[in-house]
Ligand binder design. Structure first.
Ligand SMILES: [Zn+2]
Length: 285
């Protein structure tokens, strides 16, 4: 690839994997020079990028998770080198299991080369697996939710390019997992199990930061769009919880800098859609 059409670079700083002790460099996206041609924001607050003639399709979301190419320990940069000795011990014990899961999903991944969308999807799946072994001071529940959501988005992006590779199936699995973790996150915040005051970027995507309200919005939206619908009693219960969650965003009423009016409007719309479905289900029971 010529220097001109390069889309990524490797950081000068060497990262030391706390799990296996190997050193490596992190790949990051070069953002200037018209590489990032921003398109629409989806209803799930995911930014789409329009491919350009010079650089082709760009997926900025494939870079944020740090993955050790040797042992596949994966986490966000703010956590990667600061996890506790107990977490390191557990992650070390699960190395072979982690490698096996990665190979089962994607037989030909390679974290020693420039990332493609495949390594991007896998990086989030590995992060979701690894945060299971990381203590609550690193907010693992929220980060597992975020990772599953982003994996679902990337699976969908890939499915649009390669519709015959069943990535729509993996996408739906990841959406269901994201729904599970986001609902757990709402509980974890309420019960004080995880503390979210120290997180500076909630995303959910990497451009706009919708703060904790954005995370609450996703918690409600994931239930509404991707939650299970077969069991009516359970559906009603989860919709009621989602309605309360969304009320926390719209309840304050006024828009502010961290709560732009179109975001509050989206939350209001979601709130009334959830209410409608609750009414429909209750009428038919
Ligand atoms: Zn490692």
């Amino acid at each position: 690839m010529s220097e001109k059409s390069k889309i990524s670079y490797y950081s000068k700083n060497v990262i030391n994997c706390p799990v296996c002790g190997k050193e490596f460099k992190k790949e990051d996206l070069l953002s200037g020079g018209g590489r990032m041609n921003a398109g629409n924001l989806t209803d799930e607050l995911h930014r789409l990028y329009i491919p350009t003639k010079k650089y082709g399709p760009i997926y900025p979301l494939i870079y944020p998770v740090v993955v050790c190419p040797t042992c596949l320990y994966s986490a966000y940069i703010s956590d990667f080198e600061t996890i506790s000795p107990d977490s390191i011990f557990e992650l070390k014990n699960k190395t072979e299991l982690r490698k096996e899961e990665a190979k089962n999903l994607f037989p030909r991944y390679n974290f020693s080369k420039n990332r493609t969308i495949i390594e991007g999807i896998l990086s989030y799946i590995l992060a979701a697996i690894c945060y299971d072994s990381i203590d609550s001071s690193h907010q693992p529940i929220y980060k597992q939710g975020l990772s599953c959501l982003r994996a679902a988005w990337l699976c969908n992006d890939y499915h649009l390019v390669e519709p015959n590779e069943n990535f729509d199936y993996l996408r739906d699995v990841m959406y269901r997992k994201a729904d599970f973790f986001y609902s757990q996150m709402v509980e974890a915040e309420k019960d004080g199990i995880e503390e979210y005051g120290t997180i500076t970027h909630f995303g959910p995507d990497i451009d706009h930061n919708h703060g904790f309200d954005g995370a609450l919005f996703l918690a409600g939206l994931l239930v509404y769009k991707h939650g299970q619908k077969d069991d009516k009693v359970k559906r009603l219960k989860s919709l009621h919880t989602a309605k309360i969650t969304i009320s926390r965003i719209v309840g304050m009423g006024k828009a502010s800098k961290s709560k732009p009016s179109d975001f509050v409007e989206s939350a209001r719309e979601l709130h009334s859609k959830i209410k409608d479905e609750i009414n429909r289900l209750e009428e038919n029971s």
